[in-house]
Design a protein around this ligand. Sequence first.
Ligand code: GAR
Length: 206
Amino acid sequence: LPRIAVLASGRGSNLQAVLDAIAAGALAGEVVGVFSDKPSAPALQRVPQALRWSAAAKTYSDRDAFDADLAAAVAAVRPDWVLCAGYMRILGGAFVERFRGRMINIHPSLLPKYRGLHTHARALADGESEHGCSVHFVIPELDAGAVIAQAVVPVRGGDDAEALAARVLAVEHPLLLAVMRLAVGGRLAEHGATVTLDGHPLFTPL
Ligand code: GAR
């Protein structure tokens, strides 16, 4: 079975969607490790202890030192895919290059809009009528890798950031699963700015 390493900093609902799909026979893969920069992350509790790795980033001298430990731990589980599912710490270039082409992130905006943090509040502040989420290949530049798929939701009058985040999260889970099915099936590849599905380029919005 394709081996999936998951990086998560928080709640872990996207991780849970992956675990549930595997348990239901709807995703032909195996979660071989959950890795966190936050030892208290609830996401860690969603898998057995033997699958958990965490280290408090603030106890490290710098980003490279933390990334080196994380990379060693991730590499040790021999992942076919590295999934960033609510992983909130920037990964350095050396880490990204090591797993390039097999590392995927889910981001709560319609990229290239709203890279970085506080995406829902920023979409509301701009008066957007639509918002959503993107699943993309990870490259060293933050939230800038080639988009594989997106899901769109309406912004409704009276939405606050929390209401909008909940509406987006509801479409994150099925979108992520759809992409993960293609990924573990060996059907997706990254070629710089382009993603191919079965060798055919996918349209990527500019
Ligand atoms: C999700 O909304 C995900 O898109 C976002 O964090 C949340 C994690 O939820 N990711 C980012 O903002 C990445 N920069 P979860 O822990 O319940 O999966």
